[in-house]
Design a protein around this ligand. Structure first.
Ligand SMILES: [Zn+2]
Ligand SMILES: [Zn+2]
Length: 178
């Protein structure tokens, strides 16, 4: 499978390049992701980011293995609370949600819908199943982790070690209030 991929917002003004395999390909079941999707999917022209069962698919990518090729000035950050460090960054040209970033995180969780279906890294696990209203309804094709389990943190830590524990900064000037 090709792991290098150019990704674009819906209208093509924002383009990213990811290189190398992702840290993980996940579906997040947490309440925050569902709440954020409720706001972001309501923006004019926005694509769906939550699937029918209520999961948000993400591809987690090392920050040093992605480049913003075009349209960085279109980025705006959406925060669930004004003081929240966690931000979800939207390409405001066409309201495509691009990624989720935790404060101090060495990776970005890119919305998996940015990948063409055939090229999307295959799903490996679901996280935060403890937040999900009906965990028994989840399919068992991949592990449904209650929290961000040890296995999940081991992946993240391993990736950070290979990055030399650096944390590249992603510049986002705008703030989005919806
Ligand atoms: Zn766009
Ligand atoms: Zn989440």
């Amino acid at each position: 499978m090709h792991s290098d991929q150019t990704l674009a917002c819906g209208c093509g003004q924002v383009r990213l390049r990811v290189e190398g395999p992702p840290i993980a390909s996940v579906e997040c079941l947490c309440t925050s992701c569902r709440t954020a999707a409720h706001h972001l999917e309501a923006l004019p022209g926005a694509p769906r980011i939550v699937d029918d069962k209520g999961a948000t698919p993400f591809v987690m990518q090392r920050k040093d293995r992605l480049a913003i090729l075009d349209g960085e000035d279109r980025f705006s950050a959406f925060r669930l609370q004004p003081e929240a460090g966690t931000r979800r960054v939207v390409a405001t040209c066409c309201n495509t949600p691009m990624f989720l970033e935790f404060p101090g995180g060495h990776w970005l969780s890119l919305y998996a819908g940015l990948w063409p279906d055939a090229l999307r890294p295959p799903l490996e696990m679901r996280t935060m199943a403890g937040d999900f209203p009906d965990p028994a309804a989840l399919p068992d094709d991949v592990p449904n982790l209650k929290q961000h389990s040890l296995r999940f943190y081991a992946r993240l830590l391993g990736a950070w070690a290979r990055m030399g524990f650096r944390n590249p900064k992603i510049e986002v000037k705008g703030e989005l209030h919806v």
